[in-house]
Design a protein around this ligand. Structure first.
Ligand code: ADP
Length: 488
């Protein structure tokens, strides 16, 4: 049992139309602590019937919610932000317990939530239409933005709370209502956020949460129910493709934020030490389970050996263990399947010629802890050059010219983020434009925040989450209104 200051935030039921509900057939599923696989609690395992009810409730709630002024909706959201601020430590503890990451990292995720709510609450008051100059007589033209309707949203387990809010808050701010499905591994922080939305006075039906163990049938209902007007999905490319196919049956608007295979390119003319510090931080954040995390280190030949040696020295300082312990800097990965995938990719790379400079195996401290791992001279034939590792493994590749670095960086079906480090201003512009990625970090890895459109090109997704472009206005239909005049 987890001991919160406010035990009322440990919710184990679904939240539909302002009511806390069990599964109709009373089934539950266990939520595990990924550090020791102990059961934290059991949560209602909702199914298709409950999902249909939630969608209908969201549809009912929509007309009153959209009729409120943007200011009224904003005020309601600000009360939600305040509730979150009043409960930061409990939310942080919940997140670390169900997700495994160190408390410091959970704190960062949770602190982001009220900031995000406040920004969208204000920004939704500034969504404007246009007047358009007519090209013929006796007509006036304008556009207005209107909320799209019921939004169904699905987020993963790596940043469960902040990614959920990144999807749901802008939708709610512009006047949509939401049915949200958390990942089966991490429903608890989101259910606590739902309780806080209730205390903040968000009207019933505006934000609904459907915890479940088997997501496929809920996904099918989301994609095929005609009352759902938009689907937002953050997760793997494989699941995204499946949902996009299903959603085509009802021509739903979709936003997909999918996998990545992000390069980190280090040129000899960069501030190398600062670059390595930032690389270490991003690579091992959340035990490497970050969609815009670094999957491939491309380093210029002349500094390669020195960079690998420095990186290894810094990676050695990481302290693996339970997220709850204050000196832990890296926790477990999320599941047995995650460990197996990392092991397979490392084994494959080593078989093909990579050298293990650090780690390379799981850690005795915990069944699901993989040691911080550094591999050098990884051949591009290795599976990990093409596949997302999603674990604490840093593979290093060499390049000899900018042209080669660019070719290697773009040699992937993904296009989420790309990072590069150089002090050459011309190169900064050239590469920023030439890298095939939705997010480019030039001498920085900070490409995420409530004000920034976040998302990928190629098979990394469709649309953007965060910011005004794509996110806030992605929950609106643009309506063109032409008004004729008979000149009377
Ligand atoms: P991962 O492999 O990282 O867990 P997934 O894409 O499987 O990535 O999971 C991300 C989210 O998608 C989770 O909330 C999960 O429950 C959900 N999910 C997985 N499969 C489906 C599906 N067939 N339909 C709807 N949601 C799904």
């Amino acid at each position: 049992m987890i001991a919160l200051k406010n035990q009322d935030l440990l919710r184990t039921q679904g939240y539909i139309n302002g009511k806390w509900v069990n599964a109709k057939n009373n089934t539950t599923f266990s939520v595990l602590n990924p550090f020791d696989q102990s059961i934290i609690t059991n949560v209602a395992d909702l199914g298709v019937a409950e999902t249909k009810e939630a969608i209908e409730a969201a549809n009912e709630a929509w007309s009153a919610w959209r009729s409120k002024t943007a200011k009224e909706r904003g005020q309601c959201l600000l009360r939600w932000a305040e509730q979150v601020r009043n409960n930061l430590s409990d939310l942080t503890l919940l997140l670390t317990t169900e997700q495994g990451k160190p408390l410091e990292q959970s704190k960062m995720d949770i602190n982001y939530i009220p900031t995000l709510i406040e920004w969208f609450a204000a920004e939704a008051m500034r969504l404007h239409g246009q007047t358009i100059t007519p090209l013929v007589e006796n007509i006036r033209l304008m556009t207005i933005r209107q909320p799209i309707g019921v939004v169904a949203a699905i987020a993963p387990w790596n940043f469960p709370a902040s990614l959920c809010m990144q999807q749901c808050v802008p939708a709610i701010a512009v006047g949509c209502t939401v049915v949200f499905k958390p990942a089966e591994q991490t429903p608890l922080t989101i259910l606590a956020l739902a309780r806080l939305s209730e205390l903040a006075g968000l009207p019933p039906g505006v934000f609904n949460v459907i915890p479940c163990e088997k997501p496929a049938e809920i996904g099918k209902e989301f994609t095929t129910n005609p009352l759902v007007r938009k689907l937002c999905f953050t997760g793997s490319t494989a699941t995204g493709k499946l949902l996009a196919k299903e959603a085509a049956s009802t021509i739903k608007k979709i936003t997909l934020e999918l996998g990545g295979n992000c390069p980190f390119i280090l040129f000899a003319d960069a501030n190398v030490d600062a670059a390595i510090d930032q690389a270490i931080e991003l690579k091992f954040l959340n035990a490497g389970q970050v969609c815009n995390g670094i999957n491939r280190f491309l380093v210029e030949d002349s500094i390669y050996d020195d960079v690998v040696a420095k990186f290894v020295e810094k990676a050695k300082k990481l302290k693996v263990g339970a997220g709850i312990e204050s000196d832990t800097t890296m926790g477990p990965v999320i599941s047995e399947a995650a460990i197996k995938k990392i092991e397979r990719l490392v084994e494959d790379a080593v078989k093909k010629g990579a050298q293990i400079k650090l780690g390379g195996k799981s850690d005795p401290k915990g069944k699901w802890i993989y040691q911080p791992t550094v591999l050098s001279d990884v051949p591009i034939e290795a599976d990990m050059f093409h596949e997302e590792i999603f674990g604490p493994v840093a593979p290093f590749y060499r390049f000899k010219s900018e042209e080669e670095a660019l070719r290697l960086a773009n040699d992937t079906k993904y296009g989420l983020a790309a990072y590069f480090y150089t002090q050459n201003p011309d190169r900064i512009h050239r590469l920023s434009e030439a890298l095939e990625a939705g997010l480019v970090g030039a001498n920085t890895t900070s490409v995420f925040g409530e004000t920034l459109p976040f998302g990928g090109c190629k098979e990394s997704g469709i649309g953007r989450e965060g910011g005004v472009v794509g996110s806030l206005d992605g929950y609106c239909e643009i309506k063109t209104i032409a008004t004729g005049s008979f000149g009377t």
